[in-house]
Write a protein that binds this ligand. Structure first.
Ligand code: PBG
Ligand code: ZN
Length: 321
């Protein structure tokens, strides 16, 4: 008789037949930066995540984290958001100034930056709008290229454009090449869906669109083929790595993209996915770290090669030795 329980009779036997545990070096921690000194402010909708000033981040940097993805924003009293999102490309902005500080203190840390405009535009969209009120694709690409060059110049190891504009990867690659940044990784948020799972992030970043939504530029979860094409196009345009975002409701996309490329396929385990587990655990419905562990195994089992995750600083709790 076939007795599958033989393969899981004891803990040691289960360990023998288990897939490898995700390694800490496959995790990238998204970090929200703010201006000023000595700031560490918990984000109400994301327990255990903070808005950091860079001095405090460096002081309390979680020891197991090997890579970060930096996000900046414009707070009230710290400059003006405008139609174009000009401050996103400001060399004195919070992200550009944080990069050398992090690099000096932690030379081996991999520093990636999010390249988008929504936290910098007055209307909260990921690019400037045209006369009809649509997001102007090609004007957005021009701005995104300026932002990427600004971050590369500040010393980022890689830039990660998340605006979902057509041609943004080609535009950024060309700009980086023109400016001599041959070594800067270009990590494409290649298949990024218009998702309900970004709510806590937009709260953290103060980046929700004032009017309308992002369905005109982010991928539709009702159109599988176009979602896959988004990633394949970014590969053709010169991306060094692809990404599926969100992760947990899109495991099929991770698997599909992985089957169609030899590039790394990252998964962004987004804010809503993190906060839902926190909410369920706080309501007594599951164990926090066990649920996180199960969800992260699922993401890697689907074929993700790296994960961008708010669990990164809690790796030791999620995956106890
Ligand atoms: C900006 C951006 C978003 C996220 C990453 N970059 C929000 C959005 O597109 O609305 C979401 C990340 C998360 O929810 O954790 N374009
Ligand atoms: Zn955006």
């Amino acid at each position: 008789m076939q007795r599958l329980r033989r393969l899981r009779r004891t803990a040691a036997i289960r360990d023998l037949f288990a897939m490898p545990r995700p390694d800490a070096c496959q995790f990238i921690w998204p970090v929200f930066l703010v201006e000023g000194k000595n700031r560490k402010e918990e984000i109400a909708s994301m327990p255990g995540q903070y808005r950091w000033s860079v001095d405090r981040l460096v002081e309390e940097f979680p020891s197991g984290v090997r890579s970060v993805l930096l996000f900046g924003q414009v707070e009230e009293g710290c400059g003006e958001k405008d139609e174009l999102g000009s401050l996103a490309a400001d060399p004195h902005g919070v992200v550009a100034r944080a990069i050398p500080v992090l690099k000096e203190r932690f030379p081996d840390l991999v520093v990636l930056t999010d390249v988008c405009l929504c936290a910098y535009t007055s209307h909260g969209h990921c690019g400037p709008r045209d006369a009809d009120g649509d997001v102007d694709n090609d004007a957005a690409c021009e701005m995104l290229a300026r932002v990427a060059v600004c971050h590369a110049r500040a010393g980022a190891d890689g830039v990660a454009p998340s605006a979902m504009m057509d041609g943004q990867i080609a535009a950024i690659r060309a700009a980086l090449d023109d400016e001599g940044f041959m070594k800067t990784l270009l990590v494409a948020y290649s298949t990024k869906f218009a998702s309900t799972m970004y709510g806590p992030f937009r709260d953290a970043e103060n980046s929700a669109p004032g009017q309308g939504d992002r369905q005109g530029y982010q991928a539709s979860y009702r159109d599988f083929g176009t979602a896959v094409r988004e990633s394949l196009l970014d590969e053709a345009e010169g991306a060094d790595a692809l990404m599926v975002k969100p992760a947990l409701w899109y495991l099929d996309l991770i698997k599909e993209v992985r089957a169609r490329t030899l590039l790394p396929v990252m998964a962004y385990n987004v804010s809503g996915e993190y906060s839902m587990i926190h909410a369920a655990a706080a309501a007594g419905q599951c164990d926090l770290y066990a649920a996180a562990r199960e969800s992260l195994y699922a993401i890697f089992r689907a074929g993700a090669t790296q994960v961008i995750s708010y669990w990164a600083p809690y790796y030791d709790k999620v995956f106890p030795a």
